[in-house]
Design a protein around this ligand. Structure first.
Ligand SMILES: Cc1ncc(COP(=O)(O)O)c(C=O)c1O
Length: 304
């Protein structure tokens, strides 16, 4: 079955909604709801996977191989998209085989993904050419997509979203969560001149993302307009840490704004947004476009 998941005219621009936060005062806050574009390939995943999977299909690869943690949104979206496009998928998963029973990885297996568990030390070699060669000998030849899907083709897909957004909206800031930096690089590449991209790593010591984002832009052949920056204060304890503030943020936004958030990325982003508004970080009269990048499938395991 070769489907046209990514060829059916794309998704158009996801809904843009006004978010009436009481703490926003004279800042206009809008939400770009990429979480609503597809029930399973949701949020930034759609844009990061699109050109990668089309390339794998066009180049006749039998399978797509990628990397992620046991609750990875990227692995989950890849498994479904691959299944839908008739591509085999292999997930190289950091951690023990017992994770295979969690809801994320159960879905992936249901969609035919083969799981290959590796310890943390091995997982750290995920970009090492020699290791990748050995891996292909074990799992079979395939098209390798890096962790989080972040590469030049992901930047291309996200940049298209940013361009589409800027054809109908003119925010002063784009605010988004970062894990591997691919989505940030895509927005930095695609937004109109004058728009600042403020990227909030959800992991501690996220400074390393500066180099990664600059490298992704260079690999994409995009001149760095220095229109982006990192905000390192939004990790709330570090990657995968779900503190009480994150839990209450999810509850509050659900009740007050009917806005579903995930604990790893988007709830932390909203908490950081509220802090930035309280600190009057944004100049008076600015408009901030907050990107809801999805990730809701992960909440099933992480909020129990
Ligand atoms: C829901 C969600 N939001 C944001 C991100 C961060 O994106 P990136 O890894 O491109 O920085 C991810 C990870 O891909 C994610 O799953």
């Amino acid at each position: 079955m070769v489907s046209n998941l990514f060829q059916s005219g794309g998704t158009g621009l996801p809904p843009v909604e006004l978010l009436s936060l009481s703490c926003a005062r004279n800042i206009r806050v809008k939400l770009l709801r990429t979480d609503l574009i597809h029930p399973l390939v949701s949020g930034n995943k759609w844009y990061k996977l699109k050109y990668n999977l089309l390339a794998a299909q066009d180049q006749g690869y039998p399978r797509v191989i990628s990397f992620g943690g046991a609750y990875s949104n990227h692995i989950h979206a890849l498994a479904w998209a691959g299944f839908n496009m008739g591509l085999e998928t292999v997930g190289i998963i950091r951690g023990e085989p017992e994770y295979a029973e969690n809801p994320t990885l159960r879905d992936c297996q249901r969609w035919g993904m083969k799981l290959h568990f590796v310890d943390r030390k091995t997982y750290r070699r995920r970009s090492d050419a020699e290791y990748l060669q050995q891996l292909l000998e074990v799992v079979g030849p395939g098209y390798i997509v890096p962790e989080g899907g972040s590469n030049r083709l992901a930047v291309k897909g996200v940049a298209e979203l940013a361009e589409a957004l800027c054809s109908s909206e003119s925010p002063d800031y784009i605010l988004l969560a970062a894990g591997t930096g691919g989505t940030t690089a895509g927005f930095a590449a695609g937004v109109a001149d004058g728009i600042r991209v403020l990227s909030v790593p959800v992991l501690k010591q996220g400074e390393f993302l500066r180099d990664d984002i600059a490298r992704l832009l260079a690999e994409s052949g995009v001149a760095d307009r220095h229109n982006w920056q990192l905000d390192l204060e939004g990790h709330f304890g570090g990657y995968g840490r779900v503190c009480a503030d994150v839990r209450s943020c999810i509850e509050r936004f659900g009740l007050q704004y009917k806005l579903p958030l995930d604990p790893i990325y988007t709830a932390k982003l909203m908490l950081r947004l509220e802090q930035l508004l309280a600190e009057e970080y944004f100049p008076s009269g600015s408009e901030v476009m907050v990107v809801h990048t999805g990730g809701l499938q992960g909440a099933r395991s992480l909020l129990v």
